[in-house]
Design a protein around this ligand. Structure first.
Ligand SMILES: NC(=O)c1ccc[n+]([C@@H]2O[C@H](COP(=O)([O-])OP(=O)(O)OC[C@H]3O[C@@H](n4cnc5c(N)ncnc54)[C@H](O)[C@@H]3O)[C@@H](O)[C@H]2O)c1
Length: 254
């Protein structure tokens, strides 16, 4: 009988999701990588036995449903849903078109609902497990030009609580809220600026840690939770952000 645990990782081709795919697999989990980027197929091949890739737009219910059926027949269940797929767009409320608003909400938020909707029955059948939704520190603090993004990330906290309340205690649900993390998303964001190096340094300086995060350390937190360590945690938003946004001015020490 197959006793390996199974993780469904959306956005699992690269960035934070990619680091989760690698780390979970290294730790003996079977991993199902769902992504719109075929790099996920290369990663699954590289990982080898116990890894599969399904090309899936997680904002589309039919695709999510069919992917989860495929995981069930290939791996026989799900123990953890890690939802890391997401996109960043830059605009204020008055500049955001209805199409752009819908796109960000669909890819970041509706997808979390759809993946949870179809994965939860599988996690229940497997005896319980974890739903981890990758939100952001932008669920708590904001910056200019991120109206749809910050809204989608904040709403994910409500969804996290609903899942914890409705499906606990067997299913625990957490929102993971990273500060700036060095991923392809971050690199393409700073590349839009005339001076990417300057923006990179600004990001470093914003964090008390005086560095930005790595995808691997976000994956470590998610694995810790998925493996049932500190399993008294549920329904919470967990910030992993190098102290971003906790420092106020007004009292200078030489
Ligand atoms: N990088 C950061 O600084 C940072 C900070 C806080 C939160 N986050 C969040 O972490 C998550 C992962 O971000 P990242 O930085 O690793 O991004 P990334 O762009 O490096 O990786 C995201 C992955 O999601 C996939 N994806 C996008 N739309 C999809 C869709 N419709 N269906 C399936 N897959 C899709 C992409 O192809 C990509 O492989 C996102 O939700 C992001 O909002 C990132």
């Amino acid at each position: 009988m197959n006793t390996r645990r199974i993780a469904l990782i959306t956005g699992g081709a690269k960035g934070i999701g990619g680091a989760c795919s690698r780390l979970f697999h290294q730790n003996g989990w079977q991993v199902a990588i769902l992504d719109v980027d075929n790099l996920g197929g290369q990663l699954a091949n590289e990982l080898g036995e116990g890894a599969m890739f399904i090309h899936c737009d997680v904002s589309k219910e039919a695709q999510v449903k069919s992917a989860i059926e495929e995981i069930k027949s290939e791996f026989n269940g799900i123990h953890a849903l890690i939802h890391s797929a997401g996109i960043q767009r830059y605009s204020t409320v008055t500049e955001t078109s209805e199409e752009e608003w819908d796109l960000v909400m669909n890819v970041n938020l509706k997808s979390a609902f759809l993946c949870a909707k179809h994965a939860i029955p599988q996690i229940q059948e497997a005896g319980g497990g974890l739903v981890a939704l990758v939100s952001s520190v932008q669920a708590f603090i904001s910056q200019n030009n991120v109206a749809p993004y910050t809204t989608s990330k904040t709403a994910m906290l409500g969804l996290t609580r609903s899942i914890a309340v409705d499906y606990g205690p067997k299913i625990r649900s957490v929102a993971i809220c990273p500060g700036t993390v060095d991923t392809p998303m971050f690199r393409s964001s700073i590349a839009q600026s005339p001076d990417p190096n300057e923006v990179y340094q600004e990001c470093v300086d914003m964090h008390l840690s005086q560095r930005i995060g790595t995808p691997e350390e976000i994956a470590e937190l998610i694995l810790f939770l998925a493996e049932g360590k500190a399993s008294f945690i549920t329904g919470q938003a967990i910030r992993i952000d190098g102290g971003l946004g906790i420092k106020i001015g007004g009292s200078k020490r030489d």
